[in-house]
Design a protein around this ligand. Structure first.
Ligand code: ARG
Length: 296
């Protein structure tokens, strides 16, 4: 159920059960957001450097952008002492079973600094009626939720990044736990430490990637399953997190302001880019995609 090379692929997208589009979004308020430690290269030099009022304004604009495309925001409060909690894509992987049950798999954060974020999300999802699942305790594996595990839009198929925050073996356990096929892609550039820093699935046929973050095998797999592969240029990918964009509805693409080249290529591919400023969050190595969690 875990695929790492083209030769092993024995299924097509049509063999994967359809998956309805999630229509609600979880957002965590950045009340205690800051850069207090360095766990990815983007954070270095930024300790104590967040402008909190500006971060709050940027977050509110993101919340308004989701409401404007009819995606309902559910708000989790940030917690004191957990400065990265605002990146709510990382602590869980939401899923829907083929018989319609909603659940989450809890992450096993690689960085000790972030491990105490997870119980807050377990409690939140439990309270809204989601099944809360854990990976088997007897295996020692890291997993950072939707930072690394991304649903193929419209299909019960997962794309999984591994190498920095999530282990390759995690996907065997995950595939079994929630009964899903996983295509696992190796990551090796530390500036692209999560899959969502270099890969954003836009709709069933289209994906936005930074190609140099992937090896040849990964690129072959991506091209096998997406007809349209929009490539973001290096500078915008590395410094402005162009590929940490998010397409909530198959049409609009929320993306860091100033990714001019990428915005043009997305428009050429028929999408409507919406530029948002997440500059305060870039100081911590995150942008739009990691600041939200889509749920059913
Ligand atoms: N400072 C956070 C970390 O390094 C940023 C997480 C961004 N999330 C993401 N999915 N890329 O863990």
């Amino acid at each position: 159920m875990v695929y790492t090379n083209l030769d092993s692929i024995d299924f097509s997208l049509d063999d994967c059960a359809s998956l309805e589009r999630p229509r609600r979004v979880v957002l965590t308020s950045p009340d205690y957001f800051d850069v207090e430690y360095v766990i990815n290269p983007h954070m270095s030099g930024n300790i104590g450097g967040v402008n909190q009022p500006v971060a709050m304004q940027q977050w509110k604009a993101l919340r308004a952008a989701y409401s404007a495309v009819d995606v309902e925001p559910l708000i989790v409060d940030g917690e004191a002492g957990l400065p990265d909690m605002v990146f709510c894509a990382n602590q869980t992987l939401p899923y829907k079973t083929t018989d319609g049950r909603n659940g989450i798999v809890l992450s096993r954060m690689h960085a000790p600094e972030r491990q105490n974020e997870v119980p807050h999300y377990a409690a939140f999802f439990d309270a809204i009626g989601y099944d809360v699942q854990s990976l088997p305790e007897e295996i020692d594996i890291d997993f950072e939720g939707m930072g690394d595990a991304i649903w193929h839009p419209g299909r019960r198929l997962l794309w999984g990044g591994y190498g920095f925050r999530t282990d390759r073996e995690t996907y065997e356990a995950l595939a079994e736990l929630i009964d899903v096929r996983v295509i696992a892609l190796s990551l090796s550039d530390p500036e692209f430490y999560h899959l969502d820093t270099c890969f954003s699935a836009l709709n069933t046929d289209s994906v936005l990637i930074f190609p140099d973050a992937f090896d040849d095998e990964a690129l072959r797999l991506i091209h096998r399953f997406f007809d349209t592969v929009v490539e973001a240029p290096e500078g915008e990918s590395r410094h402005q997190f162009a590929c940490n964009a998010h397409c909530p509805d198959g049409d609009h693409v929320f993306i860091q302001e100033g990714c001019t080249e990428t915005v043009g290529r997305l428009a050429d591919a028929g999408f409507h880019p919406v530029e948002l400023d997440t500059s305060e969050f870039l100081k911590s190595g995150g942008s739009v995609f990691c600041m939200k969690q889509m749920i059913w």
